[in-house]
Design a protein around this ligand. Structure first.
Ligand code: ATP
Length: 253
């Protein structure tokens, strides 16, 4: 088991955003977290990444308890994420955006950078090589020197994924990666997420695009009003009466 959420509760000033949420994620899985708007999905991401601590319960990654741990330490353990809204540095090139993503895992200190010691040059070469590899991996190699704000929308989302992969995470959290994508972009995204899993990164994703979730995920957890209402394989979730009522039924309307 790679990640375990146990009895997670979160209260924001009297409002219960989550109540007793439990689920686990095994290494190599793609887990989909679904539920209507405001159900508590992003709050779960924020707690896993240390943005804020749960009010109750525990989050364990491998053997490490993540509760009360600082976000940069959690990144260091091997958890990376993307956000619902694009957060690229628009004026910087695709390549530079990925290099920025590598910052938490680069070794050079202040003095070696300032004095441009040989170790620093080797580090720069390594960073460049890895950033180019990542661009290649997400299908953006030819856009390395293009400003990120002039890339197509789907490309910008892929670039965000490349940047998140720059820390070589064991677990990647994707918050609505297909939001705003056209069908062809969603298809490419699915391929990419499979490729990410196949090269050894476990994936947890929040997504409203049901065909994507159902096609891609090994397991799906459905949250409604902060409570887990169903968990299982995509086919079970699709036919679960509570899920249909809470979420899929609502979509049909
Ligand atoms: N920092 C915060 N302060 C106060 N309330 C918050 C905070 N973050 C989330 N909430 C509340 O917690 C509940 C769950 O929100 P959350 O953003 O996790 O939902 P979600 O499932 O991600 O929704 P969506 O699909 O719309 O992104 C909502 O009622 C929201 O208003």
């Amino acid at each position: 088991m790679l990640l375990e959420l146990k009895q997670i509760g979160k209260t924001f000033g009297g409002i219960k955003a989550l109540t007793d949420v439990n689920f686990t994620l095994d290494e190599g899985q793609i887990l989909g977290l679904i539920g209507p708007n405001g159900a508590g999905k992003t709050t779960i991401f924020n707690m896993i990444t240390g943005i804020f601590a749960p009010t109750t319960g525990s989050i364990t990654f491998g053997r490490t308890n993540l509760v009360q741990m600082a976000p940069h330490k959690i990144t260091g353990l091997g958890i990376a994420r993307t956000f619902q809204n694009i957060r690229l540095f628009g004026h910087m090139s695709a390549l530079e955006n990925v290099k920025v993503g590598m910052h938490p895992v680069t070794a050079s200190g202040f003095w070696s950078s300032l004095l441009r010691l040989p170790g620093q040059k080797r580090e720069e070469a390594r960073v460049l090589e890895r950033a180019l590899q990542l661009l290649e991996f997400v299908g953006l190699a030819e856009f390395a020197d293009v400003r990120s704000d002039s890339l197509a929308y789907g490309q910008q989302r892929r670039l965000e994924i490349a940047r998140a992969l720059a820390t070589s995470p064991k677990l990647l959290l994707l918050d609505e990666p297909a939001a705003g994508m056209i069908e062809a972009e969603t298809q490419d995204l699915m391929e990419l997420i499979r490729k990410i899993r196949d090269q050894g990164t476990t994936v947890l994703l929040v997504e409203h695009d049901m065909p994507l979730v159902m096609n891609l995920c090994d397991k799906v957890v459905c949250i409604n009003f902060g409570v887990k209402i169903a968990e299982g394989e995509p086919s079970e979730i699709q036919n679960h009466p509570d899920v249909i009522e809470a979420y899929l039924g609502k979509e049909d309307e």
